[in-house]
Every structure is written in structure tokens, then in C-alpha cells.
Design a protein around this ligand. Structure first.
Ligand SMILES: Cc1cc2nc3c(=O)[nH]c(=O)nc-3n(C[C@H](O)[C@H](O)[C@H](O)COP(=O)(O)O)c2cc1C
Length: 242
């Protein structure tokens, strides 16, 4: 993109020298509907004592409602010096009783390095069609190599090959380098279908805090927060100002 193509909204005449009309873009953005509904209602008096079952219920409802990619979630980490970082990942495991959620990544990636230095993180889901946000935060542990192998070998050959092609989050000279490495990795996976990269890692976030936010089109939002008490005491649960 050279920045000279005409964009919708540039007719306002406010385009800056670089060709971007930020005012028009913002106006169009603000006109996009949000929390329009109809949305489900969350009765705070009816929530379960622990967040795991509520997460399972909401995920089930997201699947039934056809929410696109409800298993995609944002993982937020912080490096040793506090620098934050967030990216989306796929939910790879659910422990409803333990309120723990798994994701898989290369331990050499930025997130892997963050977690090695600072094994705490947050997960966020947002399902717009239902007006629901879920936030979880807590300690992250690395599961054993059996879990990593199960997770990896459960993937299709193309996904497995991508993991062998190169190191996530390191600089790439150009698309050619990636294409060549991916083709070589496909040959490797075909020759050794049971091979698992040493750095493929399954992480488990055990929620210490969990928050469920149910939007309401009239802005009577409901926000429920759970905090884990020392074992075996369960959870405290209360409302927050939305
Ligand atoms: C829909 C979607 C799903 C993704 N799933 C994963 C995943 O399960 N694991 C993973 O490591 N990266 C996944 N990624 C890529 C990450 O968002 C991220 O770009 C990559 O892991 C590098 O992140 P990092 O440099 O912060 O470590 C996914 C990206 C998208 C768009």
C-alpha cells in the first residue's frame, strides 16, 4: 500500500499530508454499533459459587449461538522488566473444576520468554454477539512433556510442519525464507510423523481471579468477580461497578 489510494471517508477534506483522514475514519468507527443486542441477561443471584462452571456455561452458549472462533482468547504477559505484551491464542484445554485453562506455544517465543521470567498472565475472551467478556488471571505452569506431545500430535500435519519451520518471534528475511523452511518441515513431518519439537509447550493458567461481564443494551451491565480463597475454601464472589 502506498497510501495514495482513495479511502472511504476522505471526502471530508480533512486528509492530512500523508493521505489519512483520521477524523473521517474515527467518525465511521464511532458509528459502528456496539452492544446493540438483543443480549442475554445475567442474574447475579443465580451465578454458581465458582467461576469454572460459569465459564463452561458461557462457552457452551457461545458455541450454540455460533459465535465465530469462541476458543480464541487474548493472552497477556509481562516481561521481567514489566513490559506488557498481548496476543491471541487458541484455548487448548479446560479444567472446569480447577478453573484452569491451557494454551500451547513455543517456549522460545516472546510469550514463552515472558512466562519463564514471570509466570503470571491474564486471559481474555470477548464474544460480541452475546455481549460477554471473561477475564481470568493467575499463575501459569508448564505441563509435562506428555501433555505437550498429546497436544502436538493431535494437530494436523500442516500445523505440525509450521511448528518445525522456524522459531516464532525471531526476525525473518522475507516470505521466501519461510516458504522454503515450511516445505522442508513438511518433508520432515511426513518422514517422522511422531516427532515433537522440544520447545512445543503446553501452559496452564490457574485462575486466581475471574471476572464475567454481561453487557446490556440499555447499559444495565452486570459484572461479577470471583477471587480464589486459600484451599480448600473455594471462592469469594461479588459484584463490581461495570
Ligand atoms: C486466531 C489465531 C490463533 C492463534 N493461535 C496461536 C496458538 O495457539 N499458539 C501460538 O503460539 N500462537 C498462536 N497465534 C499466533 C499468536 O497470536 C502470536 O502472533 C505468536 O504466537 C507470537 O506471539 P509472541 O511473539 O507474543 O510470542 C494465533 C494467532 C491467531 C490470529
Amino acid at each position: 500500500m502506498d497510501g495514495t489510494a482513495e479511502r472511504p471517508g476522505t471526502e471530508s477534506g480533512m486528509a492530512s499530508e500523508d493521505g489519512f483522514d483520521d477524523e473521517a475514519l474515527l467518525a465511521r468507527t464511532r458509528a459502528a454499533p456496539v452492544l446493540a443486542g438483543p443480549l442475554p441477561h445475567l442474574d447475579p443471584a443465580a451465578v454458581p459459587d465458582a467461576p469454572g462452571p460459569l465459564f463452561a456455561e458461557w462457552l457452551d452458549e457461545a458455541l450454540v449461538a455460533g459465535v465465530p472462533e469462541p476458543h480464541v482468547m487474548t493472552l497477556s504477559t509481562a516481561a521481567a522488566d514489566g513490559t506488557p505484551s498481548a496476543r491471541v491464542l487458541i484455548l487448548r484445554g479446560i479444567d472446569t473444576a480447577g478453573c484452569a485453562y491451557d494454551f500451547a506455544a513455543d517456549s522460545r517465543s516472546s510469550k514463552g520468554r515472558d512466562l519463564a521470567a514471570n509466570p503470571r498472565a491474564a486471559l481474555t475472551w470477548y464474544w460480541p454477539a452475546l455481549g460477554r467478556q471473561i477475564r481470568m488471571a493467575g499463575r501459569v505452569d508448564v505441563l509435562d512433556r506428555d501433555a505437550a506431545a498429546r497436544d502436538f500430535l493431535g494437530r494436523g500435519a500442516r500445523a505440525r510442519a509450521a511448528a518445525f519451520a522456524g522459531t516464532t518471534s525471531t526476525p525473518l528475511s522475507g516470505p521466501g525464507e519461510y516458504d522454503e523452511a515450511l516445505r522442508a518441515a513438511r518433508d520432515l513431518v511426513a518422514a517422522e510423523p511422531d516427532r515433537v519439537p522440544d520447545t512445543h509447550t503446553v501452559y496452564r493458567l490457574r485462575a486466581q481471579e475471574a471476572e464475567f461481564w454481561q453487557a446490556d443494551p440499555a447499559r444495565f451491565h452486570v459484572r461479577v468477580r470471583y477471587t480464589r480463597r486459600p484451599a480448600p475454601q473455594g471462592w469469594t464472589c461479588g459484584l463490581l461497578w461495570p
